[in-house]
Design a binder for this molecule. Structure first.
Ligand SMILES: [Zn+2]
Length: 111
């Protein structure tokens, strides 16, 4: 009986990169810079008409910016003029700001 030494080729290979079965489009929150699957982020769009609004379906045309569904990110985006910066605006239209603030109020508070 001869116990075979461990032969080359049987060592388990370390797979550093797990294969991605499906391509998941990712976007980055403009405030906290976290990259998440697109569907977990909320899209804000600047329409060709110059309005800035929530794009719930993610299908509106225009320049988009993404935010987490987190109160903290929205607060920074609205209060620190992050959206104006993203959209190269000096100010958000007043109505649009009010609508976005109203939406922010519906987000769950951060834990
Ligand atoms: Zn965020």
């Amino acid at each position: 009986m001869t116990a075979p030494q461990s032969s080359p080729g049987t060592a388990p290979k370390k797979a550093k990169r797990p294969a991605r079965p499906r391509h998941v489009p990712e976007r980055t929150c403009v405030v906290c810079k976290t990259t998440k699957p697109k569907r977990e982020l909320l899209r804000i769009v600047r329409t060709p008409q110059g309005r800035v609004e929530l794009d719930a379906g993610g299908k509106k045309s225009g320049r988009g910016a993404y935010l987490c569904a987190r109160h903290a990110c929205w607060e920074v985006a609205l209060k620190k003029h992050r959206l104006e910066h993203e959209f190269e605006l000096t100010t958000l239209p007043e109505d649009d700001r009010a609508a976005l603030e109203a939406f922010m109020a519906t987000l769950p508070p951060d834990t």
